[in-house]
Design a protein around this ligand. Sequence first.
Ligand code: NDP
Length: 316
Amino acid sequence: MSAETEHVKCLIIGSGPAGYTAAIYAARADMKPVLYQGMEPGGQLMLTTDVDNFPGYPNGVNGGAMMADLRAQAERFDTDVRDGWVTSVDFSSTPHKITVGEEKNLTADTVIISTGASAKWLGLESEIRLRDAGGGVSACAVCDGFFYKGQDVAIVGAGDSAAEEATYLAKLCKKVYMLVRKDHFRASKAMQHRVTATENIEVLFNTETLEVLGDQAVEGVRVKNNQTGEEKDIDISGFFVAIGHKPNTDLFKEYLELDETGYIINKPGSSKTNVEGVFVAGDAADHVYRQAITAAGTGCMAALDAERYLASKGLH
Ligand code: NDP
């Protein structure tokens, strides 16, 4: 190992609510955490406009502003927040070895992985443009559904997430169009039943999205029936995408146990992975809840687990 290798007690990879909460706890426990922000500093909340469901903000908060608050709180306790992303890890022995960028080498007694997951998008120009403008395109019904109370919305997808989010939206919205590209759902029978039993959800099978309509904000969606070729415009003010998430865990697959879709498997009731000294927090291990507050909660768990691990090894 080169002379420039830096040793840290606690390395945190990722800068969403999980990573920053882990940093706050680790820093207050004097573990001198170093946090690498990764490719998307702030994580998925940077794609959100208003966050109304994070406790402590009675008037809601802009997603980017909330992440700036979390960062400031972590830095107040001397978390070393750094730009850069981890390019490789070696968890085969302790201390664990980590490379950042092309040439920065570190060793770490504990590693907290909070690399999150990325929502999948259709990839349409109109979808991405309106998403980035905060104009009514969202990948999280629980986060953003409230803003469309009493209005008409559409949701793309046919899996359990889409079914669950469609029924969630149906409680708030006047009408929910569910756009399913095949002639059947992928969701479980129970979830399908919930959808079909909900009066204000209209399922459009064999339906593909051609364009999200609207200049500054969503005004409609242009869809095509892939059996008949018929195109039509549907008036909506919110466009939801629920076609799956991809956990950002490729980097770790050689060492960590992942489930079949790539989520890190943690030991039940803890943040421990199958490798000693490596912990996971947030969406990298969670395909069920995926909320900022649950990510923050598991970030706290990971820091506490890491501290106990260090103490058990006489390293802290
Ligand atoms: P899935 O991968 O299960 O489903 C993705 C859906 O999106 C599929 O119906 C797929 O269509 C559709 N899709 C993908 N790409 C496109 C596209 N370009 N255009 C249109 N449609 C597209 O993801 P989920 O997020 O729904 O679920 C992930 C995992 O989490 C699953 O194992 C699920 O069971 C689980 N889960 C469980 C819940 C629960 O138990 N309460 C709640 C939520 C998730 P197609 O069918 O045509 O391939």
